[in-house]
Design a protein around this ligand. Structure first.
Ligand code: SAM
Length: 277
């Protein structure tokens, strides 16, 4: 059955392999609308969450294994192609620090803010009541973005909005840092102006995080659900435009010499405060 569902490729110079490798570049991802997920667990996660698997690449020694066969069937049924490859090809596709036996190429999925909920009513993507959405203004570090997606998923928040020039959630680094949560968390992209209109219509607390001393201690703020939590850029923090427009600004106390927390850590602390306190 394998030979019917997959093609054997032994050369790293094969055009299909080169096309997958090229997805490490943002330009290529933007043009094709595709991205790479590394590892069997993440590929199965993507399938489970209903994402479209366009290419499946796996080491020939895994051929015939149940989970691989399941992934092959899904890939082929959706019009995709499967490739059985050797070590040399996988080395070309995988990062040296993170060699993988399975690689999936999925179709990207982001939503427009028009399809995002702004009240406690049912989230169209996940069919549940909305508790908290996290908005990130100009997040630049893909490791931070992936970690935040993982945290949003873990704490049971609903979605992420990327405001303005953010790093690519579909970069290899972000996908890897998300540990599969990228597939479970709806993502919207918006300009700052679009976000401001959305935030104005939000029917719950809109909370920004800021380092100014004029802000409220995060333990004292009232988090009326659903909460729209807004986090700033790693270097510059929240822009003056957003800071001025958000009705509540909170600060996590800084007690030592550090003047701020890492963005992903600050987001995690805020989310557990909002959803678990
Ligand atoms: N130099 C920047 C500034 O002055 O805002 C530091 C930005 S900080 C590394 C990145 C983001 O993490 C901030 O915009 C904020 O959203 C959040 N953050 C980090 N530490 C925080 C704290 N102690 N209180 C509130 N938010 C914090």
């Amino acid at each position: 059955m394998n030979s019917l569902l997959s093609r054997i490729i032994t050369s790293p110079a094969n055009e299909e392999i080169k096309a997958i490798r090229a997805l490490e570049r943002r330009k290529e991802r933007r043009e094709t609308g595709l991205f790479i997920a590394e590892g069997l667990r993440h590929v199965l996660e993507g399938i489970d969450c209903g994402w479209e698997l366009h290419r499946l690449v796996f080491h020939t020694k895994l051929a015939g294994k149940n989970e691989i066969q399941t992934a092959q069937r899904v890939c082929v049924a959706g019009g995709g192609q499967c490739f059985e490859v050797n070590d040399t090809v996988l080395e070309k596709l995988s990062h040296k620090d993170n060699p993988q036996q399975v690689i999936g190429v999925f179709k990207q999925k982001t939503l427009s803010l028009d399809f995002f909920p702004f009240s406690r009513h049912t989230n169209p993507e996940q069919k549940k009541i909305v508790s908290c959405i996290v908005a990130l203004e100009q997040v630049r570090d893909p490791g931070n973005l992936g970690t935040i997606l993982r945290t949003v998923d873990g704490v049971g928040a609903d979605a992420v909005i990327l405001i303005d020039q953010c790093c690519d959630p579909f970069s290899v680094e972000a996908v890897r840092a998300s540990m599969g949560s990228l597939f479970a968390v709806p993502i919207a992209v918006a300009t700052r102006d679009e976000f401001l209109v959305y935030a104005k219509a939000w029917q719950g607390a809109v909370v920004g995080t800021h380092l100014s001393d004029r802000t409220v201690d995060y333990r004292e703020a009232v988090y009326t659900k659903p909460v729209l939590l807004v986090m700033g850029n790693e270097q510059a923090g929240l822009s003056p435009e957003l800071s001025a427009a958000l009705p509540i600004l909170v600060k996590l106390p800084m007690k030592g010499r550090a003047d701020s927390l890492n963005l992903a850590i600050a987001t995690g602390v805020m989310l557990y405060r909002i959803l678990e306190a």
